[in-house]
Ligand binder design. Sequence first.
Ligand code: NAP
Length: 241
Amino acid sequence: MNAEQNGGIIVTGASRGIGASTAILAAARGWSVLVNYRKDQSSAEAVRDQIVRAGGQAICYRADVSQESDVVGMFETAVQELGPVRGLVNNAGTLETQCRLEDMDAGRLSRVFAVNVTGSFLCAREAVKAMSTRRGGSGGSIVNVSSAAARLGSANEYIDYAASKGAIDTMTRGLANEVAAEGIRVNAVRPGFINTEIHAQGGEPDRLERIRPTIPLGRAGEAEEVAHAILWLLSDESSYC
Ligand code: NAP
């Protein structure tokens, strides 16, 4: 596929980790990429520059996905700068310091659900508006980044985060059915234990080393390995998924 066939794609939370790897691989596959970030502008610009140096097309855009006006502005900019949006990777995600449910206050729950759930819904909404053949669009693909946590529950670490990913699984199924006849495929990946900075954010930078003996492959996954699965779901190779 070339860039013209693929069109524009928004990768949320693309300043590092799985999002950065996905943005870089998407550009290499011919997508024109909006590299979204919330805080870390210099890392987002480094991702953009790497794409451009390799001959791809990318722009950076600061938006907090939990803020409706930010999300609307991000999609407007994507269309203006990159042309029709045909892909969305709902990757931006957050978690807070590991604790038991009995120690979680309402503020924490609001912050986690605002980014992981509300943010993904808002981006999916704008993507459907941009892509649906019912609204004059030419279709596209949405990939939500869920987590194995949705299945495991993350006891003693972050049940709130796990539950937010459960919500993403439900949204994925419902939206896939809702827009399948409108040219939009909606899928999700549920990564396992991936080597990124998110574990330090939970207060345990060496978490993957602790868990490694329980992983059948004997190692954590790398962000690029998740990106390959995401790119497959974005591509026509997964046209019946
Ligand atoms: P990461 O390295 O911590 O990266 C998170 C990214 O999300 C950063 O680019 C961050 O940007 C961005 N972000 C956070 N809040 C945002 C907001 N409100 N608006 C826009 N961007 C925001 O995490 P990661 O491990 O790559 O995780 C990516 C996704 O994979 C998440 O949804 C996570 O839940 C999921 N996942 C990860 C693992 C794992 O083991 N790593 C496993 C399963 C699922 P700024 O720094 O600029 O704020």
